[in-house]
Structures are given as C-alpha cells and as structure tokens.
Design a binder for this molecule. Structure first.
Ligand code: PLP
Length: 285
C-alpha cells in the first residue's frame, strides 16, 4: 500500500480521486517539487519548499500551506511509507473547474497531491558517467518556474533516449541553457561554468548546493552564458539534479568529453557532495 496525500487526507493511492476537470490535467496549470530522501531524512527540504512557494507565486497560485507545513507533509509521507532512500513528489494545481483558460472563481481550491517513493541512488551512472544529446530549447521563457507544463522537456528527453543518451542538453540561440531535467556544468582549466540563474533555466537546488561547495572549497565559478562550441571543448562536463545528484557526462553527440572518463573536479565535487549527505544522516531530528 502506498500512502498518498490529497488535500489534507493521507490514504491509500487506490482510494484517491482527482477530478477530470482538474486544471493540472487540462492545462498543466500547476507547479511541483521533488525532494530527495536519504536514510529516511529530507535533503534540502527548506530550499525545495521555498522554491515551491515561489513557483506558485509566479503563476499567481495561493498555496494553503507554509514551508514548514509542506515539510511536515513530506516527512510524514516518507516515514509512513517507510522510505529509506527515495524521494517525495508534491504538486499543486489551480484546482478543478469547467474548462476555460482564465482562472476559475475564488471558491475553487488548489489541488495538492503528494507521495513518497523508494528510489535508489543512480550509483553506477554517477561513477561511470552518461552520454547526452543536444537539442533545440523550444520551451517557453519562464523556465525558472517549476511548472507542470513539461512538454518541451518530455520531447527532448525522449529524443535523447531514442539516441541511447541519458539526457538532452538544451541549446537556445547557440547557448547551452540546461538539461531536460537537470542543470549543466562544464569545467575548463579548473574553472566551473554554468548558465546564470535567469528565466531561461530552473535554478536547481542541487545546482545551488554545488555552487556553495565550490565557494567552500575554493573552486572558481563562472555563472555566464556559454556557447555549445565552448561546452563541447570543456575538459569535463556534468549534470546535476535532485535524483541524479552530480552525474559526469562522458560523451556529447557521440564525441568523448575530455579523455572519456569522469573528470577530476567532477569527482572532487561528488566527494564533497557526499559529505553533505553524510552530515544529514548524522543529524538528529
Ligand atoms: N532543470 C530542470 C528543467 C529540471 O526539471 C530539474 C529537476 O527536475 C533541474 C534543472 C534540477 O533541479 P533540482 O536540482 O532542484 O532537482
């Protein structure tokens, strides 16, 4: 039995009902978050739920819970479902109302659904690295919002999978923005490069952890747009996300990155990232 959360009620997934008129279903009119669970504990929950509320505000959706309340919901789901290593998924839509593009009346409540699921860390990919494929960034201009509207991302990921790649790299006007469900990083001469946190990317929580770790460990960072040509000439590439953590990229569009093995700076960052997980496990809560 998997226990889900549905607008205040915790119950078995099979008993949960969502209206066919839900605006998430019609329009993708909602926002979401994914929070990683290590050793039964939530990793960077505060950052995730802060972004959740920010995403909601950006689409003019008032959420009925605070960051602390969302954290409690996520904790309860992880605990009640016995999740040791996995993640909590949570989404909010603008609720159910007969289909029309403009917002429904004030009486329509947002629909909040969430679940926790076991999901082991992708350790072999993290060790060996993955292949990626570049594709046009056809998405809208508010990629900073973690919106349910993921059609551009879905099509890109599928294109990558069909080419035997683990991730798609979005390129907009010759500039590498991010992955279909990850942020992109390159290392050249020991300096880390990543797209700045503008409207063209999602400012990943893992991305932010990596940037903090760089500051702490004196690794130079350039948050500046870089071209696909520059990206392909980096010494090392890696991607980050809540579930992929720090995953090296060893090939891009069929060509090896560096010497075709995970790079030194990437491995160093993986090591210090691991320490943050260890610190979480040591925390008493
Ligand atoms: N960019 C996109 C488009 C994403 O969908 C994601 C995660 O799903 C990320 C970046 C990485 O964000 P985070 O590190 O918060 O998981």
């Amino acid at each position: 039995m998997t226990i889900y959360f549905n607008n205040g009620v915790y119950a078995d997934k099979e008993t949960m009902k969502v209206s066919i008129d839900d605006r998430g279903y019609y329009f993708g009119d909602g926002v979401y978050e994914v929070v990683k669970v290590y050793d039964g504990k939530l990793y960077t929950a505060q950052e995730h739920f802060t972004r959740f509320l920010q995403s909601a505000r950006k689409i003019r959706l008032d959420l009925p819970y605070t960051i602390e309340e969302f954290t409690e919901i996520a904790k309860k789901l992880a605990t009640d479902n016995g999740i040791v290593e996995g993640h909590v998924y949570i989404q909010a839509t603008r609720g159910a109302a007969p289909r029309m593009h403009n917002f429904p009346g004030e009486d329509v409540e947002p629909m909040i659904t969430a679940y926790a699921i076991q999901n082991p860390r992708p350790l072999s990919k993290m060790k060996e690295g993955v292949a990626v494929k570049t594709t046009d960034d056809i998405r809208w201009l508010r990629c900073d919002i973690k919106s349910l509207n993921l059609l551009g991302n879905v099509l890109a990921k599928q294109e990558a999978y069909e080419s035997g790649c683990a991730e798609a790299v979005f390129v907009r006007d010759g500039i590498v923005t991010e992955g279909s469900s990850s942020n992109m990083f390159g290392v050249k001469d020991g300096i880390l490069y990543t797209h700045p946190a503008t409207n063209l990317i999602l400012n990943g929580i893992t991305r932010r952890v990596v940037l903090k770790l760089c500051a702490k460990h004196s690794i130079g960072v350039m948050e500046e747009p870089f071209t696909l040509e520059q990206f392909k000439e980096m010494d090392e590439l890696f991607l980050t996300s809540t579930t992929s953590e720090i995953t090296p990229i060893v090939s891009i569009d069929g060509n090896s990155v560096g010497d075709g093995a995970p790079g030194r700076v990437t491995e160093r960052l993986q090591q210090v990232f691991e320490e943050t997980i260890h610190e979480l496990k040591m925390e008493i809560n």
